[in-house]
Design a protein around this ligand. Sequence first.
Ligand SMILES: Cc1cc2nc3c(=O)[nH]c(=O)nc-3n(C[C@H](O)[C@H](O)[C@H](O)COP(=O)(O)OP(=O)(O)OC[C@H]3O[C@@H](n4cnc5c(N)ncnc54)[C@H](O)[C@@H]3O)c2cc1C
Length: 481
Amino acid sequence: MKDERENIRPRSSRRRFLKNSALAGGGVLLGAGGLNVVSPWIWREPLPLDQNRSYWARSQPRQNPPLIQDLTVDVAVLGGGLTGLSAAYFIRRVSSQKSVAVLEARGCGNGASGRNGAMVLNMTADRYMNFSAAPQMDKQIYDLTAANTRFLAQLSDATGIDCELDTKGALQVLSSSQDTTAARDYVRQARSLGMPVEFWDARQTAGAIGTEVYEGGFFDPNAGQVHPMKLVHVFKAAAASAGAAIYENTQVVSIEEGRQLVLHTQGGHTIRAKSLVLASNAFTANLGFFRNSVVPLREYVAMTRPFSEQELAELGWRLRVPFNDTRTEVYYLGLTRDGRIHIGGGTPRYNFNNGPGSAEVATTHTAQLLRELARIFPRLAGIEFDVHWDGVVDWSMDASPSVGYTGKYRNIFYGLGYSGHGVNLTSIFGRIIADLEAGREDLWKHYPFVNANLYYVPNEPFRWLSAAAGLAWYKLTEPGA
Ligand SMILES: Cc1cc2nc3c(=O)[nH]c(=O)nc-3n(C[C@H](O)[C@H](O)[C@H](O)COP(=O)(O)OP(=O)(O)OC[C@H]3O[C@@H](n4cnc5c(N)ncnc54)[C@H](O)[C@@H]3O)c2cc1C
């Protein structure tokens, strides 16, 4: 499984940055292994659970009451994002006799699920527009993810919550001639395998999104966009109506492992459970799990005022599909139903010791987003953003995700390492977690992400040094950077 992942060519986008970060960091590590070992006692790397200030958060579902007593359940789910809520929903569907409780530190969708760039993408981040050594498996993963976008639409209908899901497709715009050649080759092979993706030349791309800055596009008709927080609503409602109890403002502060797990909350209550789902994403290391598996990268997103139909027509973004580019410092853009443009990405940021974002840094990043927006759409030069926010992405070193179980008693289930590609994938992992928890591993074990080992992420200060070295290397080498 690992061998196959290693054969995926790191051709474009941020996975190169992180992989080279690993290499750069690896050299330093050799001479400083001792410090790396004692580092967790010096730098605890606590990732703060800050408040979600995104535009999407304005639609946060009404919060459920916190846990105010001790609880015994079959399955405790830690985290009320898309992984946790979908896992709770599927566990109740697969094992209707089991009691399930979701414990969310703030409000559901307070993490990445309610702050993201709204793109509903197929594949996993490491295989996105990138064949591995096992193309038939790539095709299977494409089919699995494309089917899940249809499932999202069905679930939205079933709950009666319109999550503004739009599956007209999504475009990856090509930033260099090297990327254009690679995209053409990729599409040729993908179509021969039956994937309905398309290569668009510069003219067709400009005709669809109204900008001439790109050399072409890779179009996936099975992708799309969504209102992220309304998608959280959908899963929260589905999990609740399937019978899961959901407690918000209930932060778990420690976990005792055993055949029976014991979770302690900040409010002083205990939850005893036979199984635990760690759905805390980039925050998982705070509880002592997966500390060396993902890098919590902070990303910035900003959004304009609503534009009128006439203004949008003049802009020429006719197809209204979201798009992201092929650079390591990827930018992603979308249009909301009420005509607002959002743009996210740019320079990824890792704060030493998992430090919080600051207003000063946010200003710099927002200015970068504004410059990029004006470069893409010169007509928008001089506009201001209505709202901007940040969020933390759980990056694995090679952008590959993992879903599986861990712990001496194999009763701790997890899904993480989405690497900026989780809006669609999270609920597939929620489904897999439910089957693994029910002992139905055979259904999924042939997929490379099931119980996949993630590359080692060093402790501080090497983590910070690796990120800085990787970013510098990228700036020197990426075409057009
Ligand atoms: C800025 C940004 C842009 C992105 N853009 C895209 C995109 O366009 N397309 C795409 O596919 N993906 C994108 N992603 C990635 C995607 O949003 C994530 O992969 C996905 O939302 C992860 O969901 P999750 O449920 O695993 O994690 P989260 O949504 O982060 O949920 C984790 C939850 O756990 C809770 N929690 C943490 N610690 C505790 C504790 N101790 N006790 C109780 N609860 C706790 C948190 O409050 C949080 O609600 C983006 C991410 C970011 C940050």
